[in-house]
Design a protein around this ligand. Sequence first.
Ligand SMILES: *Cc1c(COP(=O)(O)O)cnc(C)c1O
Length: 354
Amino acid sequence: MDIKVTKAAKTGTRPKDEDLGFGTAFTDHMLVMDYSVDKGWHDLRIEPYADFSMSPAAMVLHYGQAIFEGLKAYKTPDNKIQLFRARDNFKRMNRSAKGLCIPELDIDLVMDGLKQLVKLEEKWIPETLGTSLYIRPTIIATDPFLGVRSSFTFKFYIILCSVGAYYAEGFNPVKIWVSKDHVRAVRGGVGEFKTAGNYAASLNAGELAKKQGYAQVMWLDALEMKYIEEVGAMNIFFIINGELVTPDLSGSILPGITRYSVITLAQKWGMTVSERKISIDEILSASEDGSLTEVFGSGTAAVISPVGEIRYGDRAINIGDGTPGKISMKFYDALTAIQYGKEKDTENWVEVIE
Ligand SMILES: *Cc1c(COP(=O)(O)O)cnc(C)c1O
């Protein structure tokens, strides 16, 4: 693939690994592509990272026709760069595109562009275990038009940033708060797509949880306010009687790639895995009778996030002894070993960038 590359006149320097946070240390270049009805997706190119200029009437700014993805590139001990399940992210992006009336991408083409961009930005990939290069593909609707319909023009872009270790302060369990008044998504809506509005819709409950000292919101289903769906922007897993249980994809849950990876590993390890409805009442009673032994969230940012407490109204469920559970640790270790190239990838999840 011949991609036009315009190099930045001035390049930045990557902060020290210990100073890296999340989502601020952007690299020097980005991948960009435009869509119009007559040309389709066209003009894939690498440009210096810079502000976009767009009409204040651009449809994305008013009606939220926007989708995105989140994935990472990792440095291996032998200095290779590798992507983890990147194609699956673009497949999911195309599902989100369909859901939001956005034209789909040619996955081979954007994979080529992404690899070229990551290679060009190699110096931005930190090397300490736990750090990575975060990749944010995005599509926005750009028609300058206030009428309500799907846009005729779109912009696709990928920006990158160096990110620090998520568990710089240790792999500590978090406290989560079950929202009784707010829901994230409803079946038939856009909850299963990675679209900007889902995040906007989650902010209010997130703030309420934080005010009360909880890190994340646990979302219940919107129809009965009874079944557990997700935690913050992570999928959720429970170990009940030694079995791995996670909510089935009901239509309002984001199909996490980390979620699929956890399920695949668990099956390989001979665990019983059950994707089904789980009510908050079941979790309360499993906690009382001692059959609930571990709870953890899964997502690209944290990989695995152990949960130590679930607050539901005036009841608090404590899980474990304040340290991460053994099975949560095992998933974290196994997934990160594959991502960072420390363990052989038997699942074909990893793609090395040559
Ligand atoms: C992105 C996301 C996840 C996690 O998906 P991964 O592919 O594992 O990173 C879970 N829930 C929501 C709402 C998300 O947006």
